[in-house]
Design a protein around this ligand. Structure first.
Ligand code: PLP
Length: 449
């Protein structure tokens, strides 16, 4: 497409005048005016093109503008743009059927929401009603969404400003060997000690007061910490021992991101409730939901579930989900994510770690990778302090600017960059992104000591 800086300037001016952006000091941001996107790339009005290693907010799992999904949305719009949630509607029924077919175990009933946060709200409400208990346990290093309950459950600093009305939320430490809270030196120690800590938390909170434990199967925004072998099975066992509902949040990790349909498949665990959103329809139309076990569904078989949404299972969003899930199956996107992750992304990132002293750790799976950037590999001191802003965050800002200069749009959170491209990115594109990262890491290296 032809660059059109004049249109770009008008888009930007109206944005600056009227759009209030998420999580931002409104006058300190400078949003890029985006002219278009296709596949793994997007471009601005000035003629700059970027390879998107963020998948938007880790949701365009099949890239931008997949023609089959666009066509399905257009067709749904032409036939039944919307219909109220109390009715049985083809797109909604089919989306629920396809999702239930893929979710682990007997998670066979789907409650649709508009996104991830409200899925978390409803999952925890279901758990409290099912058990009659008040508390939910969540991990410190986590993100569960921006609505009130979901932000309270969140462990990362975005929670702090909204920590009012937190009754019933308790945080604990989940495993993270690189920065172990348990003085562990091996994955096995980390796993055992994290499980002991969780059991202690349950017992000291009073097991009979704990409705649910919620965990991201693989924590996403908080750092892509793959749980050690046995941890999630151990949490499952603790939930069974104390009659607690196990909720896995697969909003980011689900739908191919880890090279499995769901991250739970990597660990062979089945939760009682599973939240999803994002990749379910590559984020083309807002959609989320909760997959519900037979036992919990039974609680609401004769007793009404006290919750709902005007747009629960919106036909446009569900048609996009049906098309996305079919595209993922037909094009082998999940296996592609696993294979490209193992054969190209992982070795590529490990090679970068060898060359760049700023890389403290490489971890991940599938299309879900984190590079932890450090000042010093021995001390593991982060390249920027926890939750740094302004001048203190300058080294990460310089890294980000360098990546963009090389045509790569990077995902940055605190002292980490995450490599989370679309799950159907090609090998050539992945290598192009790795080369840009190589250049940008040289800038990060300048801040090591
Ligand atoms: N849960 C997880 C694990 C997430 O990563 C997110 C969003 O990033 C959410 C919940 C919230 O989803 P949404 O922004 O759609 O409300």
């Amino acid at each position: 497409p032809q660059p059109n800086p004049q249109v770009g300037a008008a888009v930007k001016a109206a944005d600056r005048a009227h759009v209030f952006h998420s999580w931002s000091a409104q006058e300190l941001i400078d949003p890029l005016a985006v002219a278009g996107a296709e596949g793994s790339y997007f471009w601005d009005y000035e003629g700059n093109r970027y390879l998107d290693f963020t998948s938007g907010l880790v949701y365009t799992n099949i890239g931008y503008q997949h023609p089959k999904v666009v066509a399905a949305i257009q067709e749904q719009a032409a036939t039944m743009t919307t219909f109220a949630p109390a009715f049985a509607v083809e797109a909604r029924s089919e989306a629920a059927r396809l999702i239930a077919e893929r979710t682990p175990g007997d998670l066979d009933k789907i409650f649709f929401t508009n996104g991830g946060a409200d899925a978390v709200e409803h999952a925890t409400r279901m758990a409290r009603l099912h058990t009659g208990r008040p508390k939910v346990l969540a991990a410190y290093r986590s993100y569960h969404g921006g609505t009130q309950q979901a932000i309270n459950l969140t462990g990362d600093p975005r929670r702090w400003a909204s920590d009012t009305g937190t009754a019933g939320v308790v945080h604990f430490w989940a495993p993270y060997l690189y920065r172990s809270r348990f003085y562990a030196e091996t994955e096995r120690q980390e796993c055992e000690r994290a499980l002991q800590h969780l059991e202690d938390t349950i017992v000291f909170e009073g097991a009979q007061t704990v409705a649910a434990i919620i965990l991201e199967t693989v924590p996403g925004t908080a750092g892509i910490m793959i749980p050690p072998p046995g941890y999630l099975a151990g949490v499952r066992a603790l939930c069974d021992k104390y009659g607690i509902v196990f909720v896995l949040d697969e909003v980011m990790a689900g739908f191919g991101r880890t090279g499995e349909w769901f991250a739970a498949d990597l660990f062979d665990v089945t939760p009682d409730l599973m939240t999803f959103a994002k990749g379910v329809n590559s984020g083309y139309v807002p959609l989320g939901g909760v997959a519900i076990s037979g036992e919990i569904a039974e609680t609401f078989a004769k007793r009404p579930y006290p919750g709902g949404l005007t747009y629960s299972g919106h036909p446009l969003a569900c048609a996009a989900a049906v098309a996305t899930l079919n595209v993922m199956a037909d094009e082998g996107v999940v296996d592609h994510a696993a294979n490209l992750g193992a054969q190209v992304i992982e070795p590529g990132l490990r090679a970068l770690a060898e060359r760049h002293p700023s890389v403290g750790e490489v971890r991940g799976v599938g299309m879900f990778w984190a590079l932890e950037l450090v000042k010093n590999r021995e001390t593991r001191e982060p390249l920027v302090p926890y939750n740094a802003t302004g001048e203190a965050n300058a080294p990460m800002a310089a890294f980000g600017a360098a990546a963009k200069k090389h045509g790569l749009w990077p995902f940055i959170n605190m002292n980490r960059t995450h490599v989370v491209p679309p799950c159907n990115i090609t090998e050539t594109e992945a290598k192009e992104g790795l080369a840009a990262l190589d250049a940008a890491l040289s800038v990060a290296d300048e801040h090591t000591a």
